[in-house]
Design a protein around this ligand. Structure first.
Ligand code: MEV
Length: 319
């Protein structure tokens, strides 16, 4: 066992395929390097404590709304034979929660990595994702697994629930995604239930929208291979229309998409579960990205980030 160990993870942005991914359609998602989570475990003399911006105190007194993380920590200490080991766990997260950026999954991934590093036990990618599922199921109900898969990846990924989780590489050296936080909270479990109710109550409306979102993700993968940013932008705007018809957009997110497109974005859409959270816009170059970001802040975005595609790097043997 080490004196101190850390685990890292990233915010995730779903570029194409949120909601339809729950129904077996493909999705493309990307990790956002600048918005990360670091979990640090230190050996101490007595007790098991957690420090983070959501909670500070003994692990066994964690608040009910952190049940997912508490259950995960209990599971990890059992699994690693560490029930009696005293530690301080500090979680430093740059992710706003309930904004479609995968805050809970990123926290779970960072914590699992920190625990395994602390106890010097090797961790496979499959194990990492299965352990993260313990927390994600408690927090979100029945998640597709896309959030954990992306939060733990150093590259964009192509994902089909229970089938494919592969890193993808593409060449868009000048383009970037502008991410704008509306500051409005959106609960994934509520958004997923809403789409489910629509599929049950109005299948003739909702089912074709889900099917199309799947086709859009496939077309986007082709456009990525051809470095066709104009098509990617149009597909984003088409996705936004489908997600809005499914009921998971709102006035602010629709307005942000319009503002982005009026300021040279090639396309824009909500990202993640919706009902709040963030919008992403595709910018052809750095100058456009800055203009879109400024316009979105003027329109009320509480935070914006610019993620360029040129920095992604494969990391071999990543768990
Ligand atoms: C949430 O980040 C993404 C959704 O597609 C739900 C999921 O994939 O489990 C809305």
């Amino acid at each position: 066992m080490k004196e101190k160990a850390t685990g890292k993870s990233y915010a995730k942005i779903i570029w194409f395929g949120e909601h339809s991914v729950v129904y077996g359609k493909p999705a493309i998602a990307i990790p956002i390097y600048s918005v990360d989570v670091t979990a640090t475990i230190r050996r101490i003399n007595a007790g098991q404590n957690i420090h983070c911006r959501y909670f500070d105190g003994p692990v066994d007194q964690m608040a009910e709304n952190l049940r997912g993380i508490k259950t995960l920590i209990d599971h990890l200490t059992n699994l690693l034979g560490a029930k009696d080991v005293a530690f301080d766990l500090t979680i430093e997260s740059k992710l706003p929660s309930e904004r479609g950026m995968g805050s809970s999954a990123a926290t779970a991934i960072a914590v699992i990595r920190a625990f395994f590093a602390f106890f010097e036990v090797s961790l496979t990618r499959d194990m990492l994702l299965k352990l993260a599922e313990i927390e994600e199921k408690i927090t979100h109900g029945n998640p597709s697994g896309l959030d954990s898969a992306t939060a733990s990846s150093s590259m964009p990924i192509w994902f089909i629930k229970n089938e494919i989780n592969e890193q993808i590489d593409f060449n868009l050296p000048t383009s970037s995604l502008v991410i704008a936080d509306s500051g409005i909270k959106g609960k994934t479990s509520e958004a997923v239930s809403l789409v489910h109710s629509n599929l049950v109550d109005q299948p003739e409306m909702a089912d074709p929208l889900i099917q199309q979102l799947g086709t859009i993700a496939e077309t986007a993968r082709q456009a990525l291979a051809e470095a066709d940013d104009e098509t990617l932008g149009k597909l984003m705007t088409q996705s936004q229309q489908n997600l809005a018809q499914l009921g998971v957009s709102n006035h602010t997110l629709d307005t942000f998409c319009q503002v982005a497109c009026q300021n040279h974005a090639l396309g824009a859409k909500l990202t993640g579960s919706g009902l709040g959270g963030c919008v992403i816009a595709l910018a052809k170059n750095q100058a456009d990205a800055q203009q879109i970001s400024t316009a979105l802040r003027k329109a009320g975005a509480t935070q914006t980030w610019i993620q360029s595609f040129k920095n992604y790097q494969f990391s071999t043997g990543e768990a």
